[in-house]
Design a protein around this ligand. Structure first.
Ligand SMILES: C[S@@+](CC[C@H](N)C(=O)[O-])C[C@H]1O[C@@H](n2cnc3c(N)ncnc32)[C@H](O)[C@@H]1O
Length: 268
């Protein structure tokens, strides 16, 4: 089998991501750094190296790190965060002020999404000190998770989505850029997790962020993921998706929320 074909097959099997037949140059470009690290000249050499290597799992993780698209920013598409602040948190605290609520950021990339949720929760706590939120943030790429756990961002990354007030209040200046303050970080548990696998060990959630990741999967995979997410949500739990995405295109277990900004979908 050609090395590009082998790589496509590994990525599809391990992550669900489909890379089209005519995108060999995408694979070449994305693997440049990996090849250099391994001292290999090209993708064909990687194919031979993989076939002979006993530690296939770590070579596959290298592929996953190189070939996943990890684009993200703080407060991306702002409306889900407004929905939490203006509607969901208030609803939850009215329903039971002592209950710890749980939000899952599935496919969290380098952490900007869960940190945005945690900042919104911190602000809400100023007026509602009883409010307790646990955030679980997961991704399949070990590279992005390592960065997310540190919570350190460059000047460029900070400029994408953060207001100067939030920057001053929730980040501290370092030599290289900015680092999220411990109070915001402590609310988040970062874990490695593959959306193709079971969600049972993650527990039940009041809301799930599943944004800008389903576009990489085929329709049966999207359906399977959304059905598993519905099972991981409490009754009336919310799911948030990317700006142009809707779970209703694939499954019948969600409806558009009529409350707040109308940006959330609620489990039926
Ligand atoms: C474009 S980012 C989206 C980040 C964030 N949710 C947002 O909207 O800004 C997509 C993320 O999905 C992750 N991903 C892709 N396939 C995955 C899978 N099978 N399981 C878990 N995460 C996956 C990638 O590693 C990447 O970090």
């Amino acid at each position: 089998m050609r090395a590009h074909q082998l790589i496509r097959q590994i990525i599809k099997q391990r992550t669900g991501i489909g890379i089209e037949e005519d995108r060999d140059s995408f694979i070449d470009i994305r693997l440049m750094e990996t090849l250099q690290t391994l001292g290999l000249k090209n993708v064909e050499e990687w194919g031979n190296y993989y076939q002979k290597n006993w530690d296939k799992r770590s070579l596959e993780q290298g592929l996953i790190n190189a070939l996943t698209t990890n684009e993200t920013l703080f407060f991306r598409d702002s409306r889900p965060f407004d929905f939490l602040a203006q509607f969901a948190f208030k609803e939850w605290i009215k329903e039971d002020p002592n209950k710890t609520r749980r939000i899952w950021c599935a496919a969290c990339s380098t952490g900007q999404e869960p940190y945005s949720v945690s900042i919104v929760a911190e602000k809400f706590k100023q007026l509602n000190p009883l409010f307790k939120l646990e955030i679980v943030a997961t991704d399949i790429s070990s590279n992005v998770l390592d960065k997310a756990k540190i919570g350190a961002y460059s000047e460029f990354e900070i400029k994408r989505g953060l207001s100067p007030q939030d920057l001053n209040q929730y980040f501290s200046k370092t030599n290289q850029g900015w680092e999220i303050i411990p109070k915001v970080k402590q609310a988040i548990q970062f874990r490695s997790h593959n959306l193709l696998e079971s969600y049972l060990e993650l527990g039940q959630f009041d809301a799930i962020f599943c944004r800008n990741v389903l576009l990489y999967f085929d329709t049966p995979t999207k359906k399977d993921i959304l059905e598993k997410m519905a099972k991981s949500l409490v009754a009336n739990g919310y799911i948030f998706m990317g700006g142009s995405e809707s779970p209703m295109n694939f499954v019948s277990c969600f409806k558009r929320s009529v409350d707040g900004t109308g940006e959330a979908f609620v489990k039926i």
